[in-house]
Design a protein around this ligand. Structure first.
Ligand code: UD1
Length: 351
């Protein structure tokens, strides 16, 4: 029997996670995967580059839905994805993480009684001001198979009364990082491209709505990062997300010569820089863990994190805290075989 799975992706981190799982699906001949790209991220360096670099098959559907308010974006996606579900009749849908594309895919499927498989279930910041938190909570509520990256995420679901179909599988991003490290061995192209990197540097990213919602907040983040770079005598490599760029362009003069500003990096480029960085400063969820995968200390430019084990094990701290916890290895994320574990669960549950 063949299992027809419809995967919904739309934003940069989802391309990376889906690539890691699709690679394993392609080797399993009982899975047929149909890929839908909502179009939430659309610039070539936010989307196409990931498909090329990670060998992701061309999506069967590209919806080109982006911009507008959260309600508009999610609503338009919901309507378009529902039509695809009705015509494709998949056995289940796979959604990743916490974006508007995740919620739209999960809602459309659940209303049609199509089982929802949520990769990265159970993460919580307990900050309902974040659009991502609303997306996570609602997606988990309608999911049938909840694939948790950490033990804390399993516990978070239990507190909300969700115990059925919950599995701790580790972090699919760790699978992806190991794959990248393997591909990057002796990569002369990247060695050449990044010959401009200082010997030691800070790697920084900012994209969240809360970080970029006002000039004041963004300035606070920039000032903190600049002071940190002066204190450590390091420059900052800063690939800028389009949302952040809009604000920086509006208030020109934001950034001092400590910042080396670039276009967004591809996945391999990011992993390359992380492997050489001395510190990571970020508001991204993914980068907090990737910093750990490369054993680089991280400062999260937020007042809370969903990835609490990175803080508890001393590899990450919130910018409002003074010091790191004692440093230990993190076992929660698994050993790079999250995709295989997911495949086995789907075989048992759905076939
Ligand atoms: C989204 C997700 C966030 C995830 C992040 C990964 C939601 C609510 N947020 O945030 O959970 O961590 O993706 O990067 O779904 N833009 C461009 N070009 C692009 C992409 C976006 O110009 O290729 C612009 C958009 O038009 C918008 C802004 O950047 O004005 C923000 O994009 P959006 O998709 O709303 O959210 P992200 O901040 O990327």
């Amino acid at each position: 029997m063949t299992l027809r799975l419809l995967t919904v992706v739309g934003a940069r981190p989802q391309f990376i996670k889906a690539a890691a799982l699709s690679r394993v699906f392609q080797e399993a001949n009982e899975i047929e995967e149909i890929l839908v790209h909502t179009g939430q991220h659309f610039d070539p360096n936010m989307s196409d580059v990931f498909f090329t670099e990670l060998d992701i098959p061309k999506p069967k559907y590209i919806l080109d839905i982006n911009g507008g308010t959260h309600g508009q974006m999610t609503g338009r996606m919901l309507e378009a994805i529902e039509k695809i579900f009705i015509s494709e009749k998949p056995d289940a849908t796979i959604v990743y993480g916490d974006t508007n594309s995740t919620l739209a895919g999960a809602l459309a499927a659940s209303k049609l009684h199509i089982p929802v498989i949520h990769v990265e279930a159970g993460l919580r910041s307990y900050n309902r001001q974040m659009p991502e938190e609303i997306n996570r909570v609602l997606t988990d509520c309608v999911s049938s198979v909840l694939l948790c990256p950490t033990r804390t995420s399993v516990e978070n679901l239990k507190k909300e009364g969700i115990t059925q179909g919950v599995y701790h599988v580790g972090d699919i991003m760790y699978d992806a990082t190991l794959y990248a490290i393997d591909c990057l061995k002796n990569n002369q192209l990247l060695n050449k491209k990044f010959s401009f990197l200082p010997e030691k540097f800070i790697f920084m990213t900012i994209h969240r709505a809360e970080s970029t919602q006002s000039e004041e907040t963004l300035k606070k983040i920039i000032t903190f990062s600049e002071n940190f770079s002066i204190e450590h005598n390091l420059e900052i490599i800063f690939p800028v997300h389009p949302r952040t760029k809009k604000l920086i362009d509006k208030y020109s003069g934001f950034l001092s010569e400590k910042f080396i500003v670039t276009e967004p990096f591809s996945y391999f480029e990011t992993q390359y820089c992380l492997s050489k960085a001395s510190f990571v400063l970020t508001d991204s969820g993914g980068l907090q863990k990737e910093a750990y995968f490369h054993r680089v200390p991280c400062i999260t430019l937020r007042t809370e994190t969903e990835w609490v084990e990175t803080v508890e094990h001393g590899w990450n701290k919130l910018w409002i805290n003074d010091s790191y916890c004692p440093r230990k290895n993190i076992s929660d994320y698994g050993d790079g075989n999250c995709a295989e574990k997911i495949l086995n669960i789907l075989r048992n549950v759905l076939l």
